[in-house]
Design a protein around this ligand. Structure first.
Ligand code: GDP
Ligand code: MN
Length: 391
């Protein structure tokens, strides 16, 4: 789960990391009011969306007058901001964060990520901040520092000091840098974050280290033990197809193709995606209905798949062990009737109660294409989809 920049900064502050003062605004009037609260003579208006690279898309504006703040707020609010991370549909801006402007002497990149191979948290840092990490690794690869944290002892002060020195920071800044680095690590550990990215972490012209931007991402499987973080979720920033499925306990990932998939088991679901591609089609989603799926759960899976308006054909692939093919068939029949499904539907059933399941489908009188093997099912769905498309 991702959260907004202002929420991430609030958390960082609790762990002793310096952040600029700021306030949230939902309207241009509120944005102007925040400026008077903050006082000063320069402010930054920042669009709160779950994406980086907002600056290049017009989502970060430094303003010197209240009129400029109101103009920036008016332009941003209600807009779908398109960055190279959002995809072409963009993300809706409905909240702004208004900050006192910071005078920057140096921009640093600082991130804490999980290295799956090492099974460790790795600190990635560069004295060439401001750019994105992909750009840094392309233009200034030698500037990137990597430091692996030993989970048994956590981030120690000496290791943080080493990172700070490698960044070439002035001796007077080392203690602040150590506080920042250890604070980020404690935050990551205590909240089960997958990633903490501060870009840029800046040295201000008055010699302070401040997190000017912050991106935090959490392990979904650990959210149950952090109710305070779960409530920071902003569903308006997520893929609505995935939110719908996730809220109903379905394991779903949205993809870009036209062929919807309902499968049991994550491994079989992956294999099904491969087979569809091999047959010349493109899958619209990954969906694992899980074990012991009731007819209601199958119906719900159809709804989740059909939420995606790109779907033009559906493949149901069940290898029933714990599942029962007759329940699956019942669910399929209910879905076709209740959702008035007219697009091509291919069903492959195998395993427990397969004969009962096949009989239910055959006796339903519905236009359902059946298949015995996965390869046959994939070929049939792609063929039926093409025929329907060209009809
Ligand atoms: P992002 O584009 O989504 O990564 O948003 P950031 O918060 O990183 O802002 C983009 C860029 O705007 C930063 O890299 C800074 O160069 C600049 N910026 C943001 N806030 C300030 C500020 O308070 N003062 C100055 N001078 N520049 C800022
Ligand atoms: Mn940034």
């Amino acid at each position: 789960m991702d959260i907004h920049e202002y929420q991430a900064k609030e958390l960082l502050k609790r762990f002793g990391v310096n952040v600029p003062r700021g306030g949230i605004a939902y309207s241009p009037e509120q944005a102007v009011y925040r400026c008077s609260e903050l006082s000063g003579d320069k402010w930054v208006v920042k669009a709160q969306i779950h994406s980086g690279a907002r600056g290049k898309a017009g989502g970060v504006r430094i303003c010197a007058t209240e009129e400029e703040v109101a103009d920036a707020a008016t332009w941003m609010l209600g807009r779908k901001l398109v960055t190279h991370q959002t995809g072409p549909q963009g993300k809706l801006v409905s909240r702004l964060y208004i900050e006192e402007a910071t005078s920057i002497a140096q921009e640093i990149y600082l991130a804490f990520v999980m290295d799956r191979k090492l099974e460790r948290v790795v600190v990635v840092a560069s004295a060439q901040g401001g750019m994105e990490i992909e750009e840094i690794s392309e233009k200034e690869p030698e500037s990137i520092i990597r430091s692996v944290v030993d989970p048994a002892v956590g981030m120690q002060a000496f290791q943080a000091r080493e990172i700070a020195f490698s960044l070439g920071l002035d001796a007077a800044l080392i203690n602040q840098a150590v506080k920042t680095i250890t604070g980020c690590y404690r935050l990551m550990e205590e909240t089960d974050a997958n990633m903490v990215e501060i870009n840029p972490l800046v040295v201000t012209s008055s010699g302070e280290i401040v997190a000017l931007d912050a991106k935090l991402s959490f392990d979904d499987n650990a959210l149950f033990r952090h109710p305070g973080i779960s409530e920071l979720r902003d569903k308006s920033q997520e893929d609505p197809r995935e939110t719908y499925a996730e809220d109903r306990g379905l394991n779903y990932i949205g993809l870009e193709g036209r062929i919807g998939c309902i499968v049991n088991g994550a491994g079989l679901a992956m294999a099904t995606l491969d087979m569809i591609k091999q047959a010349g089609g493109e899958p619209a989603n990954f969906l694992d209905v899980g074990g012991g799926a009731s007819p209601e759960r199958v119906l719900m899976s159809f709804k989740a798949v059909l939420n995606d308006k790109n779907v033009e054909a559906i493949l149901v692939n069940i290898f029933a062990g714990i599942n029962r093919c007759d329940w699956i068939a019942e669910g399929v029949i209910r879905a076709v009737r209740e959702l008035e499904l007219t697009m091509p539907l291919v069903v492959r059933l195998s395993g427990t109660n397969v004969e009962e399941g096949r009989k239910l489908l055959a006796d339903s009188g519905l236009n359902i294409i059946t298949a015995d093997t996965l390869a046959e099912a994939a070929d049939k769905v792609v063929e039926a989809w093409k025929a329907a498309r060209d009809a």
